[in-house]
Design a protein around this ligand. Structure first.
Ligand SMILES: Cc1cc2nc3c(=O)[nH]c(=O)nc-3n(C[C@H](O)[C@H](O)[C@H](O)COP(=O)(O)O)c2cc1C
Length: 200
């Protein structure tokens, strides 16, 4: 499937077929592609929580105000990230570079994030956004449907998945086979309203 077809055919699916299951191999293939998405300074601070425990899924559904995608989809992935990853052994983000390049990048990375809590926080959301779209398009290309979700209680979900300190949750993505097709797109803004030439 080419990328234009994946973009056009991806829709947020609200009703999944609970009998349709992805294999572990397919999930690993999907996520192996997703982690090739870009991150600032190659920091790769995303963490993907794959929720396979059905009892935990039920609890997460309650925390998501009963949205059935959470339990009916084959997979539930919680995209979160480590806001402190910029200072956790960062040399590994540049392990294939020569030493001089590595040292330059380490200095730049430190300078960019140290003391900038807002940027550290925003970077997790930016990176997870990149990963989310990669995940949804790759899933589509593999014959699966998805639903991105932010309709859940952040605090409850953090407790349920034992989110470590200094991590934040960006969104859920459920993956599976649609039982019902999405409604027609609810109202796309014209490109000319959202495309700005040079300045506002
Ligand atoms: C960050 C984000 C959070 C969303 N949260 C939910 C959600 O909690 N439940 C839901 O059913 N759909 C959710 N959606 C799906 C949107 O409603 C949907 O993407 C939008 O209406 C456009 O429809 P489309 O994705 O089918 O083109 C979310 C989408 C995004 C990007």
């Amino acid at each position: 499937m080419d990328v234009f077809t994946a973009l056009e055919s991806r829709r947020a699916i609200k009703h999944f077929d609970p009998s349709a299951k992805m294999t572990d191999e397919e999930v690993r293939k999907l996520l192996s592609a997703v982690i090739l998405s870009p991150t600032s300074y190659n920091i790769q601070h995303w963490r993907f929580v794959r929720v396979s425990d059905t009892a935990l899924r039920e609890q997460l559904k309650e925390a998501a105000w009963g949205q059935t995608q959470v339990t009916d989809a084959s997979e539930l992935i919680i995209l979160c990230g480590d806001v402190n990853a910029w200072q956790t052994d960062p040399a590994r983000y540049f392990s294939n570079t020569d030493e001089q390049t590595r040292n330059t990048l380490l200095g730049m990375l430190d300078n960019f994030y140290r003391g900038n809590e807002q940027t550290q926080h925003d970077e997790v959301l930016r990176s997870c956004g990149m990963a989310a779209q990669s995940l949804m398009l790759t899933a589509k290309a593999m014959g699966y449907d998805t639903c991105p979700m932010i309709g859940f209680d952040q605090k409850q979900v953090a407790e349920l998945i034992q989110l470590p300190d200094n991590h934040i949750i960006a969104l859920f993505i459920t993956i599976g086979k649609a039982k019902q097709r999405a409604h027609p797109r609810s109202g796309q803004l014209p490109l000319d309203e959202v495309l700005i030439e040079n300045r506002f």
